[in-house]
Design a protein around this ligand. Structure first.
Ligand SMILES: [Zn+2]
Length: 135
């Protein structure tokens, strides 16, 4: 079994999201019919089922909605990273995003703490959105 970290794959629905991350912009889909902003990227609006949408640049700010600390056992690719956090951030625009909080110790994580996006450049084609506490 490979020890390589599994990385996201760009597709027709999420290409603009990952392209935004590569440019250190957090982009969200917004329904043209009803205005609902959504994440994760998908072809139709979960509120009104419209297939018409555009992209908006998110503020990058949100709050830590919940989190867990992974101690393992976990997939081999992640074992060397334990313990690490898996966080659900509620963006100021409304949608939730699963990510990781960086820039603080596990003991400092608090539900409701304000966070903002930062980007981890994996290589020249992929950057991952992470979040850090707002000072
Ligand atoms: Zn809609």
């Amino acid at each position: 079994m490979s020890d390589a970290i599994p990385l996201p794959v760009s597709n027709l629905d999420n290409h603009d999201f990952w392209d935004g991350c590569r440019h250190h912009e957090l982009r969200l889909q917004r329904c043209d019919a009803c205005g609902t902003v959504r994440h994760h990227p998908r072809p139709a609006c979960p509120q009104c089922a419209s297939f018409d949408y555009g992209w908006v640049r998110a503020s990058g700010r949100g709050t830590l909605y919940t989190f867990t600390i992974v101690h393992g056992p976990t997939l081999p690719a992640f074992q060397s990273r334990t313990p690490y956090n898996v966080a659900v951030v509620q963006l100021d625009e409304g949608p939730f995003m699963v990510s990781t909080i960086v820039g603080c110790r596990a003991e400092e994580l608090r539900i409701g703490m304000p966070v903002e996006v930062v980007f981890e450049d994996v290589d020249e084609t992929l950057s991952l959105p992470r979040f850090k506490p707002v000072a």
